[in-house]
Ligand binder design. Structure first.
Ligand code: MSP
Length: 472
């Protein structure tokens, strides 16, 4: 039994959760449930990122005290996670006093790699990121992700000497000691690392007051990404607690837009602390709405709770884990969603369970359950974090079972009184469904449990459809 520690990126609380935020949580939850199924002991961290300019500015715009603003929004994110059926063991808000104290301890431990200098350059508040001259020129001074001009400033900051660790980070990525997925992103990160300057690690309080104070210098607060990345450690109590049972993390789930922070600053911080690197950084693509980035101004933001309230947690998880590709950008449209729900969940899976279990019960057939063994192919896909492909693989099995029902026509066997043949046929199909249900446990936990309950000691058809159609 291994100990597995899984991290999810902590979202900024400068708004309410949207469907894009669900991916980190859903993927991490699949990973956690899969490892538990394999007998591992699992911890999952989650939380919210509550400092920085973006949040301070938003609260100011609304005329609300920042603390009140983050408290209100943080509660919405916490509620959102539980609505997704995602289980976590450890939760951190970066405004928690424990986190702030531990982040300061981490700063002190890194002090031999920190120096003071003047920053003269650009910043994007949307990205919470310093921008190099090269990027500034390439983008003609405007952030392509936020469509806003970069802010220029000159100020005295503390810097973190990334250059102390560049060679080691490069070696860790190349040797896959730090596995970056998908593979092509590892190459992108190596190129970014090459040109990464030392990073400014603080802001003067005259510019940003909403942050963790630098130990011994109240005139500066930490750069929001230093404070945020530290969460994966502070949530375990580091450096006050011994964490070697759980650290390094087995996998960190992050969007492709924030992979750069996790591939450069974060490994450098860990190396500075003398800690091992996470084993895998799994970066997912973006969820697009009708082919476009979701944005309030375009008016195409999809409220995840709207989907969940109408189609249930597993309806939501199914689409997000299969039709949103694990690694590349994918589209959400209501039409695609409804087709997938009706044709695949309700018809392929729901009807199969309904039809089979009814025949078992009607003809009083005894179910002889086999021991379930996960196939090598499934295990390989799951171990490689190929979750949408693993779902495709399971669905192929479901379709084969449906084909078999159509070909073998068990109702004809019953009509002809061929009871032994009927028993064999239904048992083979029933065991196929049980196998599929086990493989679906990490993805659709509620529905998979229901299916396993149907195919229990006696087969008892579900009293209600697993995936009811015509939802309002
Ligand atoms: N606060 C930082 C993360 C710090 S982790 C130490 C941050 N927050 S965020 O709210 O902007 O994003 C949180 C996560 O949601 C990221 O993994 C990001 O990629 C993901 N997504 C936000 N919008 C998304 C989509 N439209 N689609 C998919 N994921 C997206 O970055």
């Amino acid at each position: 039994m291994a100990k597995v520690y899984i991290n999810t990126a902590i979202p900024y609380v400068n708004g309410v959760p949207h469907i894009g935020h669900a991916l980190d949580y859903c993927l991490a939850d699949v990973c956690a449930r899969y490892h538990r199924l394999m007998g591992d002991e699992v911890r999952v961290s989650a939380g919210t990122d509550e400092h920085g300019n973006k949040i301070q500015q938003k609260a100011n715009e609304l005329g609300v005290p920042v603390k009140q603003y983050v408290d209100e929004n943080a509660a919405k994110f916490k509620d959102f996670i539980s609505k997704l059926g995602v289980e976590y063991t450890d939760y951190v808000r970066t405004t928690d006093s424990d986190h702030e104290r531990l982040a300061q301890e981490i700063w002190k431990k890194l002090s031999s790699h920190i120096y003071k200098a003047t920053y003269d350059g650009w910043y994007c508040t949307g990205c919470e990121r310093y921008v190099t001259k090269k990027e500034y020129d390439e983008n003609h001074g405007i952030c392509p992700d936020h469509n806003k001009p970069y802010e220029e400033f000159e100020e005295e900051n503390y810097y973190f000497r990334i250059s102390d660790f560049k060679d080691q980070i490069k070696a860790a990525i190349e040797s896959k000691e730090l596995l970056i997925l998908p593979d092509y992103r590892a190459k992108e990160m190596l190129a970014l690392l090459e040109e990464s300057p030392d990073v400014s690690f603080s802001r003067p309080t005259s510019q940003l007051s909403w942050g963790v104070p630098i130990p011994g210098d109240d005139s500066q607060v930490m750069y929001v990404w230093m404070d945020a990345l530290a969460n994966y450690l502070t949530v375990l109590g580091y450096p006050e607690k011994e964490i070697s049972d759980w650290w390094p993390a087995t996998a960190e789930f992050v969007g492709k837009d924030i992979l750069r922070f996790h591939s450069i600053i974060w490994p450098a911080m860990l190396m500075g602390l003398g800690l091992p690197l996470p084993k895998a950084l799994v970066s997912h693509g973006m969820v697009l709405a009708d082919g476009q980035k979701m944005s309030k101004s375009i008016g195409n933001v999809v409220d995840p709770l709207d989907v969940i309230n109408r189609y249930g947690i597993d309806g939501f998880r199914y689409y997000f884990l299969r039709h949103i590709d694990t690694f590349s950008d994918s589209n959400f449209t209501w039409e695609k969603f409804e087709n997938a729900y009706n044709n695949e969940l309700a018809n392929d899976l729901g009807n199969l369970v309904q039809r089979l279990s009814s025949m078992f019960s009607k003809h009083n057939i005894k179910f002889l359950k086999h021991n379930v063994k996960f196939s090598e192919q499934y295990i390989e896909l799951m171990n490689n974090y190929e979750y949408s492909k693993a779902m495709d693989y399971v669905w192929e099995k479901i379709q084969n079972l449906n084909r078999k029902v159509d070909e073998e026509k068990p109702w004809m066997l019953a009509k002809a009184g061929e009871m032994e043949k009927l028993e064999n046929c239904l048992n083979e199909l029933g065991n196929g469904v049980v196998e599929v249900a086990y493989e679906l446990l990490p993805f659709l936990p509620g529905s998979a449990e229901k299916i396993l309950a149907v195919f229990g000691a006696d087969v008892t058809p579900p009293s209600e459809p697993l995936f009811p159609k015509n939802r309002e």
